[in-house]
Design a protein around this ligand. Structure first.
Ligand code: KG4
Ligand code: ZN
Length: 325
């Protein structure tokens, strides 16, 4: 079954073709360069760029997959959460295409799609009690889940998302946008001060909070008028990333002491972070849990995850079972 996945929730126009869970094409067209000078995504620019690029990204995606549009069996589109103007462009494209080709259109959840990324290109069973973690530029959330139709939120950020905090602090310290991947690259554990950005509040819940350490990083910058040696700057940014990852790991540990699960599923742009990935691998090794991490290519917003999840949800809605591979 060929599924076309459409993702336009933020600045990426991504259309992909997935056959069951095997990715045949993953075409991503980003308007990121147009937002960089503003230090964040400008919604109006993002939706206009989706309008411009959807048609050719669609053609390119089919070409790469080696199929014509008549071969598509199902269209899956991300419908929320995200920038409303951008989402509407994708949803209307999906509905118009579905109408023209006489195909079913399924609308799916952006955050669940991030988690489904870990099941692309493999045949692992899905319906197993798991802890889900979405870490992206807009969200940081922890879930108990059994399959993708039975998902309960255990905790979420009360202020900034992890990626948002990394982007804002990185920008202040002179890195480009988005700063998350740049901080990841310059991260140096030997320069980390583990106490500097320790997050002490919210011990009694599974909610996250990153704004306190973000503000602290801002004060430190002001105090020194932004004058730091290169090594000092790397030390501060590495400590900041360390603080964020430690907070995430602490929350996962608390959740594991309360919920019996056999594995952890992680997704979202920040799931590409090397230190976070290493920390999750280490945690799962110690706790004897299975870890599901997407390939780096499927961490950020992409149509393949949308297609994979759409196929799964469609089969569930038709009573065709939930471990379809
Ligand atoms: O999932 P995503 O593409 O979009 C949202 O749904 O928000 O995530 C984008 C976020 C940005 O904040 C970006 O800085 C962050 O993911 N990000 C990273 C890395 N790659 C992307 N953060 C840390 N390390 C990375 N390697
Ligand atoms: Zn996303």
């Amino acid at each position: 079954m060929y599924v076309l996945g459409i993702e336009t929730s933020c600045d990426e126009t991504s259309l992909s073709v997935v056959n069951k869970r095997r990715v045949l094409s993953n075409t991503v067209w980003s308007s990121l360069n147009l937002h960089a000078e503003f230090g964040g995504v400008i919604p109006e620019i993002a939706s206009r760029q989706h309008l411009k690029s959807l048609s050719f990204v669609f053609s390119r995606s089919l070409e790469k997959a080696g199929i014509g549009k008549k071969k598509i069996d199902l269209i899956s589109v991300v419908s929320s959460p995200g920038l409303i103007g951008s989402l509407l462009v994708g949803i209307n494209f999906a509905r118009a295409l579905g109408y023209a080709l006489g195909l079913p259109v399924i609308e799916i959840d952006h955050l669940k799609a991030h988690l489904f990324a870990a099941f692309l290109n493999n045949r692992s069973r899905i319906n197993v009690p798991s802890l889900g973690l979405v870490v992206s530029g807009g969200h940081t959330e922890l879930y108990w889940m059994q399959g993708f139709e039975n998902v309960r939120v255990l905790g979420r950020t009360r202020d900034d998302a992890a990626g948002e905090a990394l982007d804002k602090v990185g920008r202040l310290y002179g890195l480009g946008y988005p700063a998350g991947p740049l901080i990841d690259k310059l991260f140096d554990l030997s320069l980390v001060n583990k106490r500097l950005f320790e997050i002490k509040g919210l011990r009694h819940t599974l909610d996250f909070s990153f704004s306190g350490i973000k503000t602290k990083a801002g004060y430190m910058y002001k105090q020194r008028n932004g004058r730091f040696s290169k090594e000092e700057k790397i030390g501060i940014l590495s400590s900041f990333q360390y603080g964020i990852v430690s907070h995430i790991i602490e929350k996962i540990n608390s959740a594991l002491s309360q919920y019996k699960v056999r594995r952890i599923i992680c997704g979202g742009g920040v799931a590409a972070n090397f230190f976070l990935r290493q920390s999750l691998i280490e945690l799962c090794r110690r706790k004897k849990l299975r870890l599901f991490l997407p390939d780096i290519a499927y961490c950020s917003d992409n149509g393949s995850s949308a297609a994979g999840l759409g196929f799964y949800m469609y089969n569930m809605s038709k009573g065709l079972g939930n471990n379809n591979q």
